[in-house]
Design a protein around this ligand. Structure first.
Ligand SMILES: Nc1nc2c(ncn2[C@@H]2O[C@H](COP(=O)(O)OP(=O)(O)O)[C@@H](O)[C@H]2O)c(=O)[nH]1
Ligand SMILES: [Mg+2]
Length: 285
């Protein structure tokens, strides 16, 4: 039986930990079991129950206080992640092996993890070896995405994770509940963007023609290949959360191997007496 994983990524403060706890609550409400592993060695606050916590393996503070290493917060985090990559047996032990398990990995926010460092890719390959089907979930804060310029850089960040990891990826705009009605309307065009018109929006802001050409080429490439799309995530909207989960499930074919269970209300419903007649009509016609 395959196992399922979501790699929850995105810049610091984009809402990764909140996303994980919202998903756990939602899963509970629909009778599904979803577990979370904290992979952020610098995490200070999250309110989901953890199945495993990287801080049991290594802590950023300890690394920074080490006189022989002398790392700052960023270098310390990179050191922790590299240490983690060399100690995947810790993760294997913590995960155990439950049939059909579904695990969210709450990742750190350092953008270099998604641009050029090999750790996240190594993690993906390791998980795949343990029979996980992995979906990347890339979060960006909608507050920063309501202008074309910021949007293009958000798209590039998401794209960079996609290219680095080579797994299915669902991109999400978080904190939609914080947008005012006008911004909510505005954000719609960014969810399924027409990158060419995005380019026109911002064209008078860019002065250098070379830079303009480059931005045009990037927008064109993204648009032509329909590479990046976003789903809105409002943690207060149960239905919306469910839609996001369905998209992710679909991308890793969750549930395809599960046995079909008759929904309760259908079982209780009396059989349609006319069913045979209806069926007969179909056969006759
Ligand atoms: N209103 C609102 N606040 C959010 C949402 N997601 C995250 N936040 C807030 O944004 C801050 C950062 O969120 P966190 O989940 O810790 O981000 P992380 O660094 O990516 O794990 C916290 O203060 C959260 O309460 C959301 O969907 N709506
Ligand atoms: Mg976090």
């Amino acid at each position: 039986m395959p196992r399922y994983a979501q790699l929850v990524m995105g810049p610091a403060g984009s809402g990764k930990s909140t996303y994980c706890s919202t998903m756990v609550q939602h899963a509970e409400s629909i009778n599904r079991s979803v577990q979370v592993v904290n992979l952020d060695p610098a995490a200070e606050h999250f309110d989901y129950p953890v199945m495993a916590d990287i801080r049991e393996l290594i802590q950023v503070d300890d690394v920074m206080e080490d006189d022989s290493l002398r790392f700052g917060p960023n270098g310390g985090l990179v050191f922790c992640m590299e240490y983690f990559a060399n100690n995947f047996d810790w993760l294997e032990e913590s995960l155990g092996h439950v049939e059909d398990d579904y695990i969210l990995f709450d990742c750190p926010g350092q953008i270099e993890l998604y641009t050029h460092l090999p750790v996240m890719r190594q993690l993906v390959e390791q998980l795949q070896q343990w029979e996980f089907r992995v979906c990347g979930v890339f979060l960006v804060d909608s507050q920063f995405m309501v202008e074309s310029f910021k949007f293009i850089s958000g798209v590039m960040a998401a794209l960079s994770a996609m290219v680095l990891l080579e797994i299915p990826q669902v991109n999400i705009m978080t904190k939609i509940d914080l947008l005012n009605p006008k911004a909510k309307k505005e954000i719609e065009k960014y969810l399924d963007p027409d990158m060419y018109s995005m380019m026109d929006d911002s064209s008078d802001v860019i002065r250098s023609t070379k830079f303009k050409k480059l931005t045009q080429a990037i927008c064109g490439l993204i648009d032509d290949y329909s590479m990046v799309r976003f789903l809105p995530f409002d943690r207060t909207d149960e239905e919306g959360v469910n839609i996001v989960l369905q998209h992710i499930d679909f991308s890793i074919q969750y549930g395809e191997d599960l046995e079909f269970k008759e929904p309760k209300d259908l079982e209780e419903e009396p059989a349609n007496e006319n069913y045979d007649e209806l069926f007969q009509d179909k056969v006759d016609s």
